[in-house]
Design a protein around this ligand. Sequence first.
Ligand code: NAP
Length: 217
Amino acid sequence: MEILKTSDLPPLGADPSRTYRLGIMGGTFDPIHNGHLVTAEQATDELHLDLILFVPAGQPAFKQERNVSPAEDRLAMTLLATAANPKFMTSRLEIDRPGITYTADTLQELRAHYPQNVELYFITGADALLEIVTWKDADKLAEIATFVGATRPGYDLEKAHAELEGSSIPFKVHYLEVPALAISSSDLRARQQQGRSLRYLTSDEVIGYINKRHLYE
Ligand code: NAP
């Protein structure tokens, strides 16, 4: 059996007569939780993705002011949470790239790596996508990938559409409503700080890791 290192990119695209779909799950994952996992599973199902690469951000572009947990801890938790699903892989691509993490750099690297019969789907929270027109190289992003915005119940989709329609860049965006996204990383951090239970909001392995590393205390 082939064991992939987190620095390897999983193989995809071998058969030139068919199209493959790679999901790229972008986020800070501080910590990863069941809402993220359900999002990835739902995206796999609805968009017929062959594989999802979870890519924890190294130094998130819009989070310079908040204390984010060390990248290696966020990576370790992501690995623990995704290990059991054969379609989920975790990558240290963004963690190993020095400097601020820009999605454009990641997508360009993946586009150069995979053959053209592999389509790229970048999945993240719909709130993050609201600002996509301000991201670095926004026009290139729109050429390279389809964007998938995961929404929490009650999310204002009209607002999201209006933001993107007002832009001259032709983004391809698909929205997914994910009830499990009532769970949020900020809520998990607050619960841990208050000594409340995280059970069933994220995996037992991730909870064990948080306790062992004294994260969010
Ligand atoms: P964020 O602002 O922390 O998240 C916005 C919302 O989306 C939060 O409610 C968050 O919930 C949710 N969310 C984040 N990732 C998600 C995922 N994969 N699936 C479902 N919900 C998700 O967002 P961020 O983590 O800073 O950025 C998200 C992604 O966009 C990252 O890959 C980041 O690198 C990229 N980004 C790129 C640029 C750029 O290139 N200039 C700028 C901003 C963001 P939780 O807190 O519960 O996750």
